[in-house]
Design a protein around this ligand. Structure first.
Ligand code: PLP
Length: 395
C-alpha cells in the first residue's frame, strides 16, 4: 500500500537575509518600533513595503491576523451590539474578532463552492440593517468580487476583507485586500509569510488608518510611526481611540521583509504543487473540486474537496484510512471542533443561527494543507493516496 512519509505541517526555514537581520537586531536590543531614533524602524519599513506591494496607501502592522480584524472593526467605529455580517464557513478568529469588538455576528450561508452565498447575503443585509461585511476568503477561494461589490454598493455596506488565505491572490487583476474599506492579513506560521505570529491591516481611509494606529498602541508617538497618515489626520483619533497594545515588534518585522520580497516566487511554487495534486484528484468520480474561476488568481497553499455522497461514518473512515497512509486530512463536518476546523455551532459567543446550506456543504468537506516543503511529486503521491482512501471509505 502506498504511504506518504513527509510532514504536512512542516514549513520551510526562513531566508538567510531574515536570519542575519534578526541577529543584528538582537545585538542592538532595539526591538520596539518607536525606539529607533532617526532610523526608519523595521516595522515602518515593512508597512511601507507591504502597502506598496498591495497598492494600498496605509498599512498598520500588528500582533496577529485576528487582532487586525478586531482593530479594523474598532477603527471603523462599530457600536456596541451592532450587527456584523460574516461567513458562516470561516475560522474562529473571525467571529472571535467581532465578539471582541462588541459586535453581533450575523452569519451568511456559503454555496456549493464554499464561497459566500450572495442571495443569502442580500437577504441578511436587509434583515439585519448591518453597515459592514467582514468577508473571509476562506481557504483562498474568492467569490465573484464584481457581483459582491455591486451588491454592497447598492446597499451602502462597507467591506472588510479577511485575507488570511489570500495574501498574493487576485480577482481580475486586482489584489485581494483592495476591494473594500480595509483588509487584514496574518503572518502566523501557517500563512503565506511567517513570523510565528503577526498581522497586517491595510486601508485606503486615512481616518481609519489614524484610528487603528492609535488603538494599536502608538501612544502620542504616532508621528514617529513612519508610514502612516499626516499628523493632522490624528486630531480626533489621538483623543478618541482607547489603547489596546498590539504593535508589531522589530524582530518580527525584520524577518518578514525578505519573505515579502520572495512572495511572488513562492506563490508560483504553491501553484505548481496545487495543480499536481488537483490533476490527480480530478480523476476521482466521487470527489467534487471547485472549478477555479478564470478571474481568480489564487494561492494554492491548501486544497479542498467534497465527497458529496459520503455519510458521516464514511467521512470518518476516510480521515482514518488516509491518516494510516501518512496523509492528514481535515474534515469540516466533524461533530466536535478539532484542529483548525471550526463550525458555527461551536462558537457559543455567537447567537445560534439556522444555516442548513452551510452545514450540508461542510458535512462532506475536506481540506489538506500544501506546505512548500513537499514537492509536486509528493503531491501526486498524496493525490493517489486520497483517491484510494476515498474508494476504500465509500465502498
Ligand atoms: C489564520 C486566520 C486568521 C488570523 O489568524 P491569527 O492566528 O490571529 O493570525 C483569520 N482568519 C482566518 C480564516 C484564518 O485562517
Amino acid at each position: 500500500m502506498q504511504r506518504f512519509d513527509g510532514d504536512l505541517t512542516r514549513q520551510e526555514g526562513l531566508p538567510e537575509a531574515s536570519i542575519e537581520r534578526a541577529i543584528e537586531l538582537l545585538r542592538t536590543g532595539r526591538l520596539h518600533r518607536y525606539q529607533t531614533g532617526e532610523h526608519e524602524s523595521e516595522a515602518a519599513a515593512l508597512e511601507r513595503e507591504f502597502a506598496a506591494w498591495q497598492g494600498s496607501p496605509y498599512c498598520i502592522a500588528c500582533t496577529s491576523g485576528g487582532y487586525a480584524l478586531f482593530l479594523s472593526l474598532l477603527a471603523f467605529g462599530l457600536e456596541p451590539g451592532e450587527p456584523v455580517l460574516t461567513n458562516a464557513y470561516t475560522l474562529a478568529p473571525v467571529p472571535g474578532s467581532i465578539a471582541h469588538a462588541g459586535g453581533r455576528a450575523v452569519l451568511v450561508e456559503c454555496d456549493d463552492d464554499t464561497v459566500i452565498d450572495l442571495a443569502d447575503l442580500e437577504r441578511k443585509i436587509t434583515q439585519s440593517g448591518a453597515r459592514v461585511l467582514m468577508l473571509s476568503h476562506m481557504r483562498g477561494h474568492l467569490v465573484d468580487m464584481g457581483l459582491l461589490q455591486d451588491l454592497l454598493d447598492a446597499h451602502g455596506v462597507a467591506l472588510i476583507e479577511d485575507c488570511a488565505h489570500t495574501m498574493g491572490a487576485s480577482w481580475n487583476g486586482t489584489r485581494s485586500g483592495n476591494f473594500g474599506l480595509a483588509a487584514c492579513f496574518s503572518t502566523q506560521t501557517y500563512k503565506h509569510i511567517n513570523s510565528g505570529e503577526g498581522g497586517l491591516l491595510i486601508t485606503r481611509d486615512k481616518t481609519l488608518a489614524a484610528r487603528a494606529t492609535v488603538a494599536s498602541g502608538s501612544y502620542m508617538l504616532y508621528e514617529r510611526h513612519g508610514s502612516g497618515p499626516q499628523a493632522e489626520d490624528f486630531a480626533d483619533a489621538k483623543f478618541e481611540m482607547p489603547n489596546c497594545s498590539g504593535r508589531l515588534d522589530e524582530l518580527r518585522a525584520a524577518i518578514l521583509r525578505p519573505q515579502l520580497a520572495d512572495l511572488d516566487a513562492q506563490v508560483m511554487r504553491w501553484g505548481e504543487r496545487y495543480r499536481a495534486l488537483e490533476a490527480v484528484l480530478r480523476r476521482g468520480n466521487a470527489l467534487r473540486l471547485r472549478e477555479r474561476p478564470p478571474q481568480e488568481q489564487f494561492v494554492g497553499s491548501s486544497l479542498q474537496f467534497r465527497v458529496p455522497r459520503a455519510s458521516a461514518a464514511q467521512c470518518e473512515t476516510l480521515v482514518s484510512v488516509a491518516r494510516a497512509r501518512g496523509v492528514e486530512l481535515k474534515w469540516f463536518g466533524a461533530p466536535q471542533p478539532h484542529g483548525y476546523t471550526s463550525r458555527h455551532s461551536s462558537w457559543r459567543y455567537v447567537d445560534s443561527q439556522s444555516l442548513p446550506a452551510t452545514e450540508r456543504v461542510l458535512s462532506t468537506l475536506f481540506d489538506i494543507r500544501i506546505p512548500l516543503t513537499i514537492s509536486a511529486a509528493d503531491c501526486e503521491l498524496i493525490g493517489e493516496i486520497i483517491l484510494a482512501s476515498v474508494s476504500e471509505a465509500t465502498s
